[in-house]
Design a protein. Structure first.
Length: 555
């Protein structure tokens, strides 16, 4: 009777028009294959169609009325072509220059109304609910073939100008618009969040969430369902988290979207991570390295064996850095294998293994297997436990170059972290070649970049480093290009900790991170904040950005 009889029955029970016993009895008495429980309840006289449609219309804030074809003027009928009216199951009842009111029999047919707004070029379309038989009779009488041949032709043109039934749907177009707008704005994530009174959409741009115009709250379910269909999730399952993937081409560019759905108090929250494959072609200079650090890191990733770690918190660009490394050293004479959870980017020429814990394929199990494939270079998405770490270290000692990530605040702490999870000191000392900590800072928008003199407060926050601050620094004034934020894009700041003979001995002795850091500083290691300050001086980023991301780091 409607597009979602189960929901309608729930509303009728909650409002006291039906009992659970009546619903159960009707469900047991269904005979026809296409008959629903609601059909049985109405045909059996348990509840009338007027009560069903009136109650559900009220639930959606719509008006319930009766339709008389004789009372509808020919001018109103001409406002909607015949094929469009039949396609969406509506008949026009009132119209003027700017708006039109249509009658339909399905209170939950909001997709049809929004599609009409698109098809009718922005005309304000309002809906009323009427009995199915009256809508069908009015449509048959108002849109006879003889009287409306010219209208039907115009309707066909209208339909052919679109891309098919799905593309005519405003919900489909709105879901696509949310995604394509995010991509054009170079967002890294799309957050679609059902709140109590609004349906919020936010984009993460250059690391900061930015709220966008919210779709109507009543379209929440339809939009979420559409995204779940696109990402091949189960749309009927709303009780547990789900993961999916969308492949899309925007402006000739192939993109992957990693989609996560989590049930919340007010509906399912959707987050889409936009994986731009053009990031695979990023070279080390594009990541933000200064010349000397770039040369150091290039030497490290070309070593024949050993472990090279990239450290930092979630969202600091570790994976992008590792992919840039793999892209630089991926040559036909080398075999590269990765173990990832999940595989974020699909890279040509590289064997990529997806972790699948449901079948026992975790990092350690996958790593043991791929080492039998005789790779030259192995990339492990993350070292999370002692078993994975031990295998990685042993692989490095048997002639493999191993890349991986760790969650630590600075580079020397990578050693402490490995020891804490149970890796033996001699393994760490023998296998680890270097650890690099990194953070992402927003780059100043080149269009609105301007110089200024640092304030006393900023200098005070820098402490002893205030002596190294240049007299003139830069920030973004804000413009249309950067969305008034003053920033456009992001770059990395880095701290490279190399393991030499002295540090090896310190690791053997289980020395604390402070001693390791002290030795690294003696060797010339720049801290994250020092690297950031050099990039402030060059005008790449602002002092505020460097202070923000290094607030917990030592000078």
């Amino acid at each position: 009777m409607t597009s979602n009889d189960e929901y309608v029955i729930q509303v009728l029970v909650e409002r006291g028009f039906l009992t659970h016993d009546q619903v159960d009895a009707a469900a047991k008495s269904m005979k026809a294959e296409n008959e629903t429980t609601l059909d049985v309840l109405v045909s059996g006289g348990t509840i009338g169609e007027d009560e069903v449609l009136g109650t559900v219309a009220d639930q959606f804030g719509l008006k319930y009325c009766h339709v008389n074809a004789d009372a509808i003027s020919p001018e109103v009928v001409k406002a909607i072509p015949a094929d469009i009216a039949k396609k969406y199951g509506v008949v026009p009842v009132v119209a003027d220059e700017d708006s039109i009111t249509v009658a339909l029999s399905d209170p939950m047919g909001y997709d049809a109304i929004d599609s009409l707004r698109y098809v009718l070029h922005g005309l304000d379309v309002q809906a009323v609910i009427a009995p199915r038989a009256e809508v069908a009779a009015a449509m048959s009488k108002l849109y006879s073939e003889d009287e409306n041949a010219d209208v039907q032709t115009r309707g066909e043109d209208e339909v052919q100008s679109g891309d098919g039934a799905d593309d005519d749907s405003a919900v489909v177009k709105l879901a696509n618009l949310i995604i394509t707008t995010a991509i054009k704005m170079k967002a890294s994530d799309i957050h679609i969040e059902p709140m109590e009174k609004e349906f919020r959409v936010r984009y993460r741009i250059d690391g900061a969430l930015r709220k966008m115009d919210s779709p109507p709250k009543r379209l929440q379910g339809a939009i979420i369902s559409r995204i779940k269909i696109m990402s091949k999730m189960k749309i009927s399952e709303k009780r547990i988290p789900q993961d999916g993937r969308i492949q899309i081409n925007v402006g000739g560019k192939d993109l992957d979207l990693r989609v996560s759905s989590v049930p919340t108090n007010h509906g399912e929250s959707i987050v889409m991570r936009i994986l731009d494959k053009t990031n695979l072609s990023l070279g080390l200079p594009q990541l933000g390295f200064l010349t000397d650090d770039q040369a150091t890191f290039e030497r490290l990733i070309k070593l024949p064996d050993g472990v090279v770690l990239v450290t930092g918190p979630t969202g600091s660009g570790k994976t992008t850095t590792l992919y840039a490394c793999l892209g630089q050293i991926n040559t036909p004479d080398k075999k590269l294998i990765t173990v990832e959870d999940p595989v974020e980017y699909q890279m040509s020429g590289i064997n990529q293994v997806q972790v699948n814990k449901d079948v026992g394929l975790d990092f350690s199990a996958a790593l043991r297997s791929i080492l039998r494939q005789a790779p030259n270079i192995v990339m492990i998405g993350e070292i999370r436990d002692s078993e994975t770490a031990d295998i990685a270290m042993e692989a490095a000692l048997t002639g493999h170059l191993v890349f991986s990530t760790l969650h630590t605040n600075d580079a020397p702490s990578a050693v402490t972290r490995l020891l804490d999870i149970g890796v033996k000191p001699f393994l760490v000392a023998s296998a680890l070649r270097a650890a690099m900590a990194q953070r992402l800072v927003r780059a100043i928008c080149e269009k609105c970049k301007e110089s200024y003199t640092p304030t006393e407060r900023e200098l005070k926050m820098l402490g002893t480093m205030s002596k190294t601050v240049p007299e003139r620094m830069y920030h973004g004034a804000g413009c249309d290009k950067c969305g008034r934020s003053g920033y456009k894009g992001r770059k990395g700041i880095f701290e490279i900790f190399k393991v030499d003979d002295t540090i090896q001995r310190l690791i053997f002795d289980h020395a604390p991170a402070t001693l390791l850091r002290q030795r690294a500083r003696e060797m010339g290691m720049r801290t994250l904040r020092e690297d950031g300050m050099l990039k402030v001086a060059s005008g790449m980023t602002s002092l505020q950005e460097v202070l923000r991301v290094t607030m917990g780091d030592a000078d």
